[in-house]
Design a binder for this molecule. Structure first.
Ligand SMILES: Nc1nc2c(ncn2[C@@H]2O[C@H](COP(=O)(O)OP(=O)(O)O)[C@@H](O)[C@H]2O)c(=O)[nH]1
Ligand SMILES: [Mg+2]
Ligand SMILES: [Zn+2]
Length: 278
């Protein structure tokens, strides 16, 4: 469920959470239990011990979670202003790990115009408009996580913990205001933690926000992680087209005709050019 200061909290599926240490050999093998892991553990005198980490279906680094069916990328239509390069990078990572992303546009109550604009930019993904303040879209969110294990991702203060509180009113997770000086989020969620939402039989991982993200992908893999480029890029003149300065690029043509969102495309160029510079 979560890990803090060398302790791992393991649910036995019958409502009891066991405080466990991990066996020393995991450290030697450079393995660390992750939130979302299935483990075998043993109750010893005074403490419990994680003995095995079962094979993972998938594992992502940011946030650090395993065995996830979907990633809910939360964007804010209000403050803090959405960092869309970060959002695109998280979507690339989800795509690369074969985890279906859902784009959750929260704080619609703060700026419905901006919410619609974001919805348009991410139209090639499943999107849902929500407000943790007035409960708009919470039913739609429940439909998208039913009977799954999902993970929240996104900047700090976009409303991830507030959404979990809306999914199950009994949680009362700590949520944070915006710091007055910077309008940026304060970090109130300190570590990833798994919660069970009884109402829709779903597990959801709440995570702290983050704003820095180094891409580990090769430049040429990145274009393949854009669903809209995959659709239009089959007919580029070059099979290895990066959709940048190459001639006869059907992705660029689709940007011109408005079939591919221009902002998304321009951020893509920024992302691949930043890798070139490195
Ligand atoms: N207006 C508005 N504020 C929200 C909404 N969701 C969350 N907030 C506020 O945004 C701040 C950060 O929320 P929090 O859930 O802690 O964000 P997290 O860091 O992503 O978990 C808090 O002050 C919340 O009350 C929303 O839908 N509308
Ligand atoms: Mg939080
Ligand atoms: Zn191309």
């Amino acid at each position: 469920m979560k890990g803090i200061g060398g302790f791992y909290y393991v649910s036995d599926g019958n409502g009891t959470v066991h405080e466990c240490k991990a066996r020393g050999r995991f450290r030697k093998e450079k393995m660390k239990p992750m939130v979302g892991d299935f483990v075998e553990f043993e109750d010893l005198t005074g403490y419990s011990s994680i003995e095995e980490i079962l094979p993972r279906r998938n594992a992502v680094k940011r946030p650090a979670v395993a065995n996830i069916d979907r990633i809910l990328l939360v964007l804010s239509a209000g403050k803090p202003a959405a960092d869309l390069v970060l959002a695109d990078k998280l979507l690339i990572q989800a795509e690369q790990n074969n985890i279906e992303p859902v784009v959750v546009i929260n704080k619609t109550d703060a700026d419905s115009e901006r919410a619609r604009e974001l919805e348009e930019q991410y139209a090639c993904y499943d999107t849902v408009l929500t407000s943790a303040r007035n409960s708009e879209g919470i039913g739609g969110l429940k439909d998208r996580i039913r009977s799954m294990c999902v993970c929240l991702a996104g900047q700090s203060a976009v409303g991830k913990s507030s959404l979990v509180n809306r999914l199950d009113e009994s949680f009362g997770l700590e949520t944070g205001g915006l710091s007055k000086k910077t309008d940026r989020g304060r970090h109130t969620t300190r570590q990833a933690e798994l919660f069970y939402i009884r109402d829709c039989d779903a597990y959801i991982v709440d995570t702290p926000g983050f704003s820095m993200f180094e891409m580990e992908l090769e430049k040429k893999e990145i274009a393949g992680c854009y669903p809209e480029f995959r659709r239009f890029g089959k007919t580029c003149r070059f099979v290895s087209c990066m959709h940048d300065r190459e001639p006869d690029c059907t992705v660029k043509q689709a940007v011109e005709t408005g079939e591919i969102n221009r902002e998304r495309y321009e951020r893509y160029l920024r992302i691949i050019h930043s890798l070139e510079e490195k």
